[in-house]
Design a protein around this ligand. Structure first.
Ligand SMILES: *Cc1c(COP(=O)(O)O)cnc(C)c1O
Length: 224
């Protein structure tokens, strides 16, 4: 059994008081693991690579809800636009335009989160805080009728320093509150996706309402 039922129960229990949602991150894991998770009652899955996502979705049929959480290239948007539930990793206006265009072709409105760079590490994708706020007020946004910006997503630094992680999550929560005030649709701006296997408890205490858990549910991978 590759899906850790015990860990699943524990995470669900931890989530209860916060009314937060769980996205099971199944990247690099086989479709059979996803089917086990579905059997256990988990329906939201996060994937980082377009081809891998499309292949596995074929295998598990249409039972799951798919979240895209990796860096998304504009030319790959069309492959996921017909079915994706939430694109959590929007990191440029160009990408947002492309999602809007492909969503229109599929006659859909696609929910998106802006990925914000909060970690100390240099390599991660995402807007900085100023860019995210500027985007909320971007005039062309009101013309993008086939996307809905539902909130923010971020990853804390890879560190054991809990204070550092707490500081980063707290600043993302603060930014989330500010962006909601700027949103054209504050009611719909309701999702703050932060927290992974190693730091989800800190994230929940800092205001997260969606956590993305991979290794704790499916075991270690060779890449993050
Ligand atoms: C891989 C990944 C996760 C899950 O990480 P774990 O540490 O395995 O829980 C969450 N979010 C993003 C964006 C990821 O790429």
């Amino acid at each position: 059994m590759a899906f850790n039922q015990k860990a699943f129960e524990k995470i669900k229990k931890d989530l209860e008081p916060y009314k937060a949602k769980l996205v099971a991150v199944s990247k690099k894991k086989p479709a059979s693991d996803i089917l086990e998770a579905i059997q256990a009652g988990q329906f939201n899955f996060g994937e980082n690579y377009v081809q891998e996502l499309c292949d596995k979705r074929e295998e598990v049929k249409s039972k799951g809800r798919w979240h895209f959480i990796g860096h998304l290239q504009s030319n790959k948007v069309k492959s996921i636009a017909p079915f994706i539930h939430l694109i959590q990793s929007v990191d440029s206006v160009k990408l947002l335009n492309e999602i809007n265009k492909e969503a229109r072709k599929s006659d859909r409105i696609i929910d998106c989160l802006l990925q914000v760079h909060i970690a100390a590490e240099e390599t991660k994708f995402g807007f900085n805080e100023q860019e995210a706020e500027a985007l909320m007020l971007y005039p062309e946004l009101s013309e993008m009728e086939n996307i809905r910006i539902r909130g923010l997503m971020g990853m804390a630094s890879l560190t054991n320093d809990e204070e550092q992680i707490k500081k980063e999550f707290t600043s993302l929560h603060y930014l989330f509150t500010n962006c909601r005030l700027m949103s054209m649709d504050p009611e719909g701006f309701d999702t703050l996706s932060m927290g992974m296997s190693s730091d989800y408890k800190i994230a929940l205490d800092c205001g997260s309402n969606m956590i993305r858990i991979g290794s704790m549910l499916f075991g270690e991978r060779d890449v993050r």
